[in-house]
Structures are given as structure tokens and as C-alpha cells.
Design a protein around this ligand. Structure first.
Ligand code: PMP
Length: 287
């Protein structure tokens, strides 16, 4: 089966899909992206993802390459062509192709729009065995709220984690507090059963899964506090977990060399995962 990518108005064979070498995304990381989860052919939280894409574009003063309506159509058409049931839709917008210069192009350029899809295994309500995370210094810039393709610090942190046998990196700021994961948001559950996740500001990405989980926690009448938490506090926590469009809710059972709680996925993460999957199942059917 041919796998398609969408590149600037055309559906092309994924193996042949390309942008110009002077695309500012390629040369300067001057662009933004979004990743929307798909489960059973349904897009999860499409609207908040597209709202965040608009926000990222606005912050960087890149014009939306197509209307929201067109983008929604392209997403569905690519899913249909690629028969995507479980996986991800990736979309990327860059400032476009222009003669290399750090400053924005002075003549109008068309922003580049690229979409791809990826099949993943079917993520169900079972949380699985949990994952290990490795702490890494957060060496990113001060606008982590923008979902830019400039991901080199995240790449290096994730690689360091993987080389140490962990699945994800937890980024730690100068004050010793966990900001977020390299590509996920970070949560803990205290001994009092309080859910803690860092407040959203320019220090982290406001995860869409994080936002949905806040509503779920509220519905379940769990106490949620948005505040910084230190790495030391996380290691003492009853439970820890990560959230993202890719991982849903996944328990953290080890932080560096310390087991979290009894070293097994805890009841809060299990419950939240079940509820999240229920929410995802209720989404809009596309294929
Ligand atoms: N933080 C970072 C740095 C990320 O890259 C991601 C994944 N996009 C997240 C958090 C989780 O965001 P979401 O729930 O929207 O996938």
C-alpha cells in the first residue's frame, strides 16, 4: 500500500516527499508543528490541537498556510488515503522557502505545510508495565510554550535517557524542579493523594492531553494542584506519570535510580488512563 504525505497542496508518495533545501524549517528551525492522536479512526482533541497550532504560528508571526476548514479536510483525506486507524497525524508549518538570512524574508513567501501520518499500536485502557525516566538539565530557551520544530535540547535529553536505559527524560530547571518531559508533561501523586503538575507558563508546553486530564481529574473529584515540584519530591511521590498525545497516560515506575512508590503502576494513573481512553473513544469517527 502506498503511503502518502501531504506537501504544499499535493498528496505525494511518502518516499518521494520533500521540501526545498532552503526551507527555513530545515535551515533555521523556523517553524512549528502539531501531533494529533488517532484511536480507532478517531482524532483525539482535534480542536485544541489546531487552536494551539494557530497560537504557535501567531507567536512566530507565520501566516496560517491554509484555512482551518482546509486543514481539517487535508487531515481527513490523508488519514483516509493511509487507512490510519491507530496512530498519529503530524503537521508542520514553516515560514517557507527563502534565500538564507536570519531575519524574516522581506518579500512575501508562502509558508510550507507538510503532513504525515504514523501507525502505532492500539493504545488501550491498560497502562502496561510503566516506564523509567532519567533526569536531565533543562537547557531549552525561554519560550517552551511555543511548539517549535527547534527540538535539539529535547532530542539530546531523550537520547541521554535512552542511553541510560530510560524511556523518557525529565527536564530539571536551575531550581531543581521538574519542568516536563522531553516530549511529555510530568505529573506526580503525593502521599496525600494530591495530583501535582507544573503550572503552564512559558517554561513548558501546555499539553493538550494535560488539559484534557485536568477536566477528567475534576470529574473524578481528584484534588489537582498546578505548581512546581522538585526532583526530590518526585522521587518520594506515591505515583508519577507522563501525558502526551503519543503516550496518553503512562505510569513512571522509576526516576533515575529510585523506584516510585512500590515500583509498580499506581491506582491513580490506572484510573486516569481508563478515563482518558474512554474520552478518546467518544471522539469523532473519521475512517
Ligand atoms: N511537552 C513537550 C515538550 C512535548 O513535546 C509534548 C508533546 N507534544 C508534550 C509536552 C505533550 O503535549 P500533548 O499532550 O499536546 O501531546
Amino acid at each position: 500500500m502506498a503511503r502518502y504525505a501531504y506537501v504544499n497542496g499535493r498528496y505525494v508518495d511518502h518516499r518521494e516527499a520533500s521540501v526545498h533545501i532552503e526551507d527555513r524549517g530545515y535551515q533555521l528551525a523556523d517553524g512549528v508543528y502539531e501531533v494529533v492522536g488517532v484511536r480507532d479512526g478517531k482524532l483525539i482533541d482535534e480542536k485544541p490541537h489546531l487552536d494551539r497550532l494557530d497560537r504557535s504560528l501567531k507567536e512566530l508571526r507565520i501566516a496560517p498556510p491554509v484555512s482551518r476548514k482546509t486543514l481539517c479536510f487535508v487531515i481527513r483525506e490523508l488519514m483516509r488515503r493511509n487507512r490510519l486507524r491507530d496512530g498519529l497525524v503530524y503537521m508542520q508549518v514553516t515560514r517557507g522557502v527563502a534565500r538564507r538570512d536570519h531575519a524574516f524574508p522581506t518579500t512575501p513567501v508562502r509558508p510550507s505545510l507538510v503532513l504525515t501520518t504514523k501507525n502505532t499500536r492500539h493504545l488501550g485502557p491498560d497502562v502496561g508495565p510503566g516506564i523509567a525516566v532519567r533526569s536531565q538539565p533543562d537547557i531549552r530557551w525561554e519560550r517552551c510554550d511555543i511548539k517549535t520544530v527547534a527540538l535539539l535540547p529535547n532530542v539530546l535529553a531523550k537520547q541521554a535517557a535512552r542511553e541510560s536505559g530510560a524511556y523518557e527524560a525529565w527536564l530539571v530547571d536551575a531550581k531543581g524542579c521538574v519542568t516536563e518531559g522531553a516530549s511529555t508533561n510530568a505529573w506526580i501523586v503525593t502521599g496525600d493523594g494530591e495530583l501535582i503538575t507544573r503550572q503552564t507558563d512559558s517554561g513548558i508546553l501546555a499539553g493538550i492531553t494535560r488539559g484534557t486530564l485536568k477536566s477528567i481529574a475534576d470529574k473524578l473529584q481528584l484534588k489537582l494542584v498546578e505548581r512546581p515540584f522538585s526532583l526530590a519530591e518526585a522521587k518520594q511521590a506515591n505515583e508519577a506519570f507522563i501525558t502526551s498525545a503519543t503516550s496518553f497516560v503512562t505510569p513512571v515506575i522509576r526516576i533515575d535510580d529510585a523506584p516510585v512508590g512500590d515500583g509498580k503502576p499506581g491506582p491513580t494513573a490506572r484510573r486516569l488512563r481508563e478515563e482518558y481512553v474512554r474520552f478518546a473513544e467518544a471522539g469523532e469517527t473519521v475512517t
